[in-house]
Write a protein of this length. Structure first.
Length: 68
């Protein structure tokens, strides 16, 4: 299973208690989620696949350090 494959999350798209944002580093997108919803809990996901972090360390750092 590819950790970065959006197809793996397709069944979650219909769930009303889950919000997807394309980029954790996109502050405006994150702010809009908080403004629109009564947030009770937040779980941010990040780059967790070690292979991806070795292949593309810039993205890994942007997501896990800057974004989170």
């Amino acid at each position: 299973m590819d950790a970065g494959n959006p197809e793996n999350l397709m069944e979650c798209k219909s769930m009303t208690n889950i919000v997807f944002n394309n980029d954790i580093c996109h502050e405006t997108g994150i702010d809009s989620v908080f403004e629109k919803l009564d947030i009770q809990e937040v779980r941010f996901t990040a780059e967790s696949c070690v292979d991806n972090s070795v292949k593309d360390p810039k993205t890994f750092i942007e997501t896990n350090v800057v974004g989170a």
